[in-house]
Design a protein around this ligand. Structure first.
Ligand SMILES: Cc1cc2nc3c(=O)[nH]c(=O)nc-3n(C[C@H](O)[C@H](O)[C@H](O)COP(=O)(O)OP(=O)(O)OC[C@H]3O[C@@H](n4cnc5c(N)ncnc54)[C@H](O)[C@@H]3O)c2cc1C
Length: 394
């Protein structure tokens, strides 16, 4: 039997986050918009910490962090449900106690220096694979690390690195075997290094159409000791794929929450805005925009939850995650466009969060695998018989 209901415990957890977002996060929105209009970070580090501490006092810390590290160790479905609740506000709130999944592959000493301080919020990391010449085609990276005694010397440039300006260490991917790399053996030629900012890399902010810009990272003869290698020499690409594949369902989950809130705003606007003597809600043109959005939100919900459920089953979820990410990116952009249209001129102003979401949701179609790369993955899986259009019930 297929059961679409949540357990009482799941509902309780979800409802706690829903209330937290309504009472603590949404009230900050106007101040965040005001600060962003003044080119300041919307949510300051102090306010974020204060919110995280409040959530922690109720046990919400390290949502996906294993319990042995003090986290909640929630599964994928529960995490997706919580992410959708957080997505109902554009304020960039996230729970404390999170660390990149690949830091758990660190040895004990590295865990002490990087993983634990990241979980406690003392240190900030960034994940650096993309380069000016290698984005979708990540296997084409050129940043290199040359061995010198027991040290490695890193040279190269990374680009579009989220948090790269704020991070005090990076997980950077560099070619350590040029010969194998030139023959396409990326699974043996790339290594991941944990590199502190004070070991010599620098960052430059990149202005984007979103509110928080990524950074370019520059490595010029940056010397790091052997003990800064994460995992094994040559297995960096596998780690990078683990990072990217850690939870693609989480991006469309956040977009799902945004779409729900946006359509609620559109409904309010449609019912109250009067033109030619009647609320615009009476017009079929507006009704169809709301109906299409409602159908797509429902479809997105089940794609996200299904992808997360496959993760929880311990099965290969890549195909389902690509489907959810592609659909979420495309539909969230169509929905925010309709909601902006329903708001008319006001939708285009910075008085309302609609235009902000319009710019932010655009990124979903680009990072962590563009629409085209998701389609490439989905088509390949089907054409090669790794997945079928009959889905998991097939
Ligand atoms: C705000 C932001 C944050 C980011 N954060 C990070 C981060 O933290 N760490 C990190 O390492 N990277 C990060 N990225 C990089 C991001 O993952 C890449 O931008 C993305 O993978 C696309 O690569 P590209 O920009 O080089 O585009 P390209 O790969 O040059 O692609 C250009 C266009 O060609 C299409 N295309 C490419 N190949 C094919 C193909 N085979 N078939 C059909 N179409 C194709 C693409 O879909 C796209 O439309 C971030 C990017 C942005 C914008």
């Amino acid at each position: 039997m297929v059961d679409f209901s949540l357990s009482d415990e799941e509902k309780q957890v979800r409802d706690w986050v829903r209330t937290f977002v309504r009472k603590e996060v949404i009230p900050l929105e106007q101040e965040v918009l005001r600060r962003e209009r003044a080119n300041q970070p919307g949510l300051t580090a102090d306010v974020l910490k204060e919110l995280q501490d409040k959530a922690k006092a109720s046990g919400f810390w390290g949502v996906q962090t294993p319990e042995e590290y003090g986290g909640m160790g929630l599964g994928a479905v529960m995490s997706a449900l919580l992410e959708a609740e957080l997505g109902r506000s554009f304020v960039q709130f996230r729970f404390g106690g999170h660390a990149d999944n690949i830091l758990y592959y660190a040895n004990d000493e590295q865990k002490r220096r990087y993983l634990l301080p990241t979980l406690s919020g003392e240190r900030k990391s960034c994940f650096a694979i993309t380069e000016p010449g290698a984005g979708s085609d990540a296997r084409n990276i050129r940043t290199s690390a040359r061995q010198d005694g027991t040290d490695w010397i890193i040279n190269g440039e990374k680009t579009f690195i989220t948090g790269g300006n704020e991070a005090d260490f990076t997980m950077v991917f560099a070619v350590t075997d040029k010969d194998k790399h030139s023959k396409g053996h990326t699974d043996q030629s790339v290594t991941c290094f944990l590199v502190d900012r004070d070991q010599g890399w620098r960052s430059e902010y990149i202005d984007t159409m979103g509110e928080w810009g990524p950074a370019a990272l520059v490595f010029e003869d940056v010397r790091v000791p052997q003990e800064n290698i994460l995992g094994e020499v040559g297995n960096g690409f596998a780690l990078a794929m683990k990072w990217i594949g850690r939870g693609r369902y989480m991006l469309p989950a956040r977009a799902l929450g945004a779409c729900e809130r946006l359509v609620e705003m559109a409904v309010e606007q449609a019912n109250t805005r009067v033109t030619f003597g009647e609320p615009i809600a009476n017009r079929q043109a507006i009704q169809w925009m709301i109906a299409d959005s409602a159908v797509e939100i429902e479809a997105l919900r089940w794609l996200v939850l299904h992808a997360a459920w496959v993760v929880d089953q311990g099965q290969d979820s890549r195909h389902w995650q690509s489907i959810a990410k592609l659909y979420g990116g495309v539909k969230a952009n169509e929905i925010v466009d309709r909601v902006l249209q329903i708001h008319g001129g006001m939708g285009y102003t910075r008085e309302l969060p609609v235009e902000r979401w319009y710019r932010e949701l655009r990124l979903l179609r680009i990072y962590e695998g563009t629409d085209e790369i998701q389609r490439r993955t989905i088509a390949r899986n089907i054409l090669k018989g790794h997945a079928s259009v009959s889905g998991t019930l097939g």
